[in-house]
Structures are given as C-alpha cells and as structure tokens.
Design a protein around this ligand. Structure first.
Ligand SMILES: [Zn+2]
Length: 365
C-alpha cells in the first residue's frame, strides 16, 4: 500500500481541510451544517457531508466519523481515503454518504464529549420516557471522576473501583463505567437531558437525504479506544432482533461481535446511535460501529479520567501547558500518531466497506 499518512490529521481544522480537498478531487460538493460555537483558534466548526455516486441510488452506504471528539482522526482518515479510493459506481445502485465530524466541538477542543459534556453516543435515548438508571455508576461516580487530582484521592478511588469489580465481576464494572448515565452532568459517559446539536444535525441529514425512503441503508460509525492496537472490531450494538444484525453478519462474517450478548470489546450501553438508525430507517437499515484499538485499556481510561477531572474543576484555559498535556495525552490515546496504525485503519476500512457495499448491492437488487 502506498503511504496513507496524508489522509490523516491531528487537529479538527486540518481534518476538515483534508476532507474538503479530497471531496474536490473526487468532484463532489460538500455541505456544511454549521455549529454555533467556534474552535480554540476561532475556526468555524461544522459537520460536513459529501455524497459519492448517484444521489437517487436505491441503497446508501453511510459512513460517520467523530461522534466522540478525538476519535474523528481515525474515521476522517478512512473517509478521506474513501473519497480518493472508493469507486462506488462499480457496486451498481449504491451511493456513499460521508458525514464528517458529528461532534466538531469535541474534536476541536479535544473532548470525547460535546460542549455540554454530553456523550453523543449515549444521547439517542428516548427522552420522553423515564431514563435508564446506572446503579453501578452511581456507586462509583466520584471515583471514576474524582474531584481533585491528588495521588491519595486517586489511590482511594482506584481501590474502591477494584473492590467493586472483585465483588460484582468485570462485566458489571464495565457497565458501571461506560454503559452510560443520565444523572450527573459533570460525570462521564453522560447522555444529557434532551437531543443535542449533534443528534438534531444527524436527524436533519437523514431527512435531507431521504434515507428513510431508500430500499436499504447501511450505517458505519467509526470509533477508537477499545481492543488491540490497530485492530478493527466491527461491533453490532443495536437490537439483536433487528434484521440489520443478520444482514451485517452475512456481509461481514464472524468478525462482527454482538454487544448486547456481552461478546464485544465494549459492554452493553444506553442511548446509542443504533437507536437513531433503527427509529429513522426502520427495518431497512443496518448499523455497525468499527471499533479500532489504540493504546492499552488502562491508558485509555486514565487519559479520559484526567481530562474529565480537568473539566470538573473548571480548568479550561486551552493555552495553559498543564491543560495541553492532558489534552495531548487524550489525543494520543484515541488517535495514535503511528504510520502502522493508520495503514491498519485504512486497510481494514477498505476491506469492510467493500464487503458492506457488495452486500447492499446484492440485497437491493
Ligand atoms: Zn467512540
């Protein structure tokens, strides 16, 4: 493979520029859904959309990136590669819709969450109903994100987390930690109190491109931070009874894991993007996340904790050196600056997008 380094970026502005440039080279126009806030250098923030192929195609392959801020750099690289390399016309009546930076604020400011500390991938809950309660999280909330960063506090917090795991098991601890919660706005994996800008923007894009009216829609959502370095685990996180599961299993094969059966790198979670696709496109959709491994799990968690502690303490001076060191550590935990990692991202993305596009083409006939 020729070097694919040039597809990747390490800042929001650079990722956006590369996405727009690749779209120009592919001869497609991008559409910007502008975010009301700006980035640390005053740059405009937006979710950008590019459609490859026939806009009226019967089936659509949707690729989304940057639901979690610093995870954009993986998905953006794969999207830029798709703009340059994916010959969508050869699959027949299939178009590709690339949605770049679902959470542009989180990417620009290096937060996994959005401007209100909301985890977009816990924000697709039904807010008209009572929200799920995460009892394990409630027990450990101040240990996951301690109020101060002193060594003694961290040690005591770690001990309580470990003892919870010893008592209830690793699976229960994983759900307590990252299953999602709706009770503590200054905690982590917080799902919010209503639809965020990112959720509303996704809903508007789905309507604008008439995805409900298509014969079949496959949505691929790029994530990072769980699993071995560079390996992509396709994770099915939606309803196991939804027909999207069988479709994707046929197209992808046994490599795809089922989150709600407890067999994926991530535990069962609440308010996921899968709900958006199941609700908006009904039975003729198939949603899967591509989860790319980065650094060891402990480092992912510790870097995330450090950034949340910073936020909880109101430390938000972007140019402060100690703030920057926490932000850069978070960036490295979700987007390793390694050629080999980027090559693995692109190689597996090409392979899987090809399998899914072929599946869409065969089933839509
Ligand atoms: Zn993610």
């Amino acid at each position: 493979m020729l070097s694919v380094n040039n597809r990747f970026a390490l800042t929001y502005a650079e990722a956006r520029r590369k996405f727009q440039l690749a779209a120009d080279l592919a001869g497609v126009k991008t559409r910007a859904c502008k975010h009301p806030m700006t980035g640390p250098d005053g740059e405009e923030l937006a979710t950008d959309v590019a459609l490859l192929g026939n806009p009226k195609a019967k089936s659509v392959l949707v690729v989304t990136s940057g639901v979690h801020g610093p995870e954009l750099f993986c998905g953006s690289g794969a999207q830029v590669d798709a703009l340059l390399d994916l010959d969508i016309a050869r699959y027949g009546d299939v178009a590709a819709l690339l949605i770049h930076a679902v959470n542009p604020y989180g990417t620009a400011w290096l937060r996994r969450t959005n401007e209100d500390n909301v985890d977009i991938n816990r924000n697709f809950a039904d807010f008209s109903k009572p929200l799920p309660v995460n009892h394990g999280y409630e027990e450990l909330a101040d240990d996951f994100v301690p109020r101060d960063a002193s060594e003694a506090t961290w040690k005591a917090a770690d001990a309580r987390i470990k003892s919870y795991g010893d008592k209830h098991g690793r699976a229960a601890l994983a759900i307590a930690q990252s299953g999602g919660q709706y009770a503590r706005p200054d905690g982590w994996f917080y799902g919010g109190t209503g639809p965020t800008w990112s959720r509303k923007t996704m809903e508007a894009i789905l309507a604008d491109y008439d995805l409900r009216g298509r014969k079949l829609v496959a949505a691929i959502d790029f994530h990072t931070g769980a699993g071995p370095f560079g390996y992509c685990e396709p994770i099915y996180s939606g309803d196991p009874a939804h027909p999207g599961r069988d479709r994707l299993q046929r197209w992808i094969g046994p490599a795809m894991t089922i989150q709600r059966e407890g067999k994926a790198a991530t535990p069962p979670q609440q308010g996921l993007s899968s709900e958006l696709w199941e609700k908006s496109c009904g039975l003729h959709s198939a949603y899967v996340s591509f989860e790319y491994g980065t650094v060891p799990h402990e480092e992912v968690i510790d870097s995330l904790r450090a950034e949340h502690v910073l936020h909880k303490r109101g430390r938000n001076d972007w140019h402060d050196a100690s703030v920057q060191s926490v932000k850069q550590r978070l960036l490295r935990a979700f987007a390793p600056d390694h050629d080999s990692w980027r090559e693995m991202v692109v190689a597996q993305s090409r392979l899987l997008l090809d399998r899914i596009a072929r599946g869409l083409a065969a089933e839509a006939r």
